[in-house]
Each structure stands twice: as C-alpha cells, then as structure tokens.
Design a binder for this molecule. Sequence first.
Ligand SMILES: CC(C)(COP(=O)(O)OP(=O)(O)OC[C@H]1O[C@@H](n2cnc3c(N)ncnc32)[C@H](O)[C@@H]1OP(=O)(O)O)[C@@H](O)C(=O)NCCC(=O)NCCS
Length: 178
Amino acid sequence: MKGPILSGKRIKLQPIKLADAPHFVRWFGDKKVAVYLLRQKPITLPEEKAWIKKMLRAKDKIIWSIFNENWKLIGNTGLTIDAKNKAASFGIVIGEKDQWGKGYAGECLKLIGNFVFKKLKYNRLELEVYMKNKRALRVYEKAGFLLEGVKRQKLKNAITKKFEDEGVMSILSKEWKF
Ligand SMILES: CC(C)(COP(=O)(O)OP(=O)(O)OC[C@H]1O[C@@H](n2cnc3c(N)ncnc32)[C@H](O)[C@@H]1OP(=O)(O)O)[C@@H](O)C(=O)NCCC(=O)NCCS
C-alpha cells in the first residue's frame, strides 16, 4: 500500500518507488548494514524491484524511503499493519553508514509513531531486534519502547553464523509521548 508523505524537522518519508531499488540492493549487500537485519541475503536488482512492486500492492504493508535534509536517500522504513487488532510492526534501515549516529532513526520513529497512533489511531506498535544491535536498542528505548521478552538464540545469523537472541519490543498508544 502507498503511504502518505511524512515530513519531520530534517527527514522526509516518501513512498518507495522502483527508482530507489539500486540503493536498496547496495545496502542489503553490505554486511555491516545487514548483520542485524532479518533480511540478510544479498539481493539482485530484479528481486528488489519485484519486492517493491509486491510491497506497493500488499494491503498490510507501507514502506517509505527516508531522505535527509539534503534530499539524499539514506534508508527505508516500513510498517506491517494488523488492522483487526489495531497493531503495527515496525522496521528500519539507515543504509548509508556515514549517516548513522545523526539521530535520523530516532526522528523517523517519531514520524512513524505519530502516524500509527495519531493518524491511524492504532493501539500498539511493535518490533523485533537482535539483542546485539545496541544502537537500534538505544533508539527504541529512547522512544519509550519496552522490552517484552527475549527469544533465546531464536535467529541463525547468516553473517556471524551464530545463533543469536531476538528481543521483542513494543509501545502502546497511551504510552506514546510525542
Ligand atoms: C540501527 C539504526 C537504525 C540506528 O540509526 P541511527 O540513525 O544511527 O540512530 P540514531 O542516530 O537516531 O541513534 C543512535 C543512538 O545509539 C547510540 N549508539 C551508537 N552506537 C552505540 C553502541 N555501540 N551502543 C549503544 N548505543 C550506541 C547513539 O549514541 C544514539 O543514541 P543517543 O541519541 O542517545 O546519543 C542504523 O544504525 C541502521 O540502520 N543500522 C543497520 C540496520 C539495522 O540494524 N536496523 C535496525 C534493525 S532492528
């Protein structure tokens, strides 16, 4: 499904488009970016274009490209929507490593949370995260997400070749402070 354009202080979220695919292919082929992603296999350009078309058709998915204040495409983010339970699941990648640590993920999460809780009026936003992904955990904790539990050695990491723990985090509408 195509989402609305969302604008923050610095970043803009725009619905993904086919022209973005080469950037996504490069990010997912970079082990430093992919090491704590659920989607870890390097992806070809045709596969990525097919994925974008599928996401735009899917009724329960909204995926945006993230642009910084210089209109540079730096990442993507998305929601899986569970309309029946008024819940959504969140994912993010800042694919350009030189853009890490500048607060863009935190700003993106605020835009997405406001969309989920204020526009859609949903009750719950959740995500899954490698417990080793300290940078991501910090972003989610700062936004007020609670760690609900840890699935021990749930994920076989294709890059580290190890079994690793997966955390489940969530925030409810009544807890959202932005
Ligand atoms: C994880 C990710 C989304 C974070 O994006 P970002 O834009 O760099 O995040 P922010 O700049 O908003 O915040 C990063 C925070 O982590 C902190 N941090 C950085 N490295 C850290 C580390 N090794 N341990 C703990 N905290 C760390 C930063 O200090 C900052 O916190 P602060 O604002 O209190 O100073 C980004 O690095 C990324 O896309 N990585 C690859 C894909 C990925 O892992 N996605 C998440 C899947 S769940």
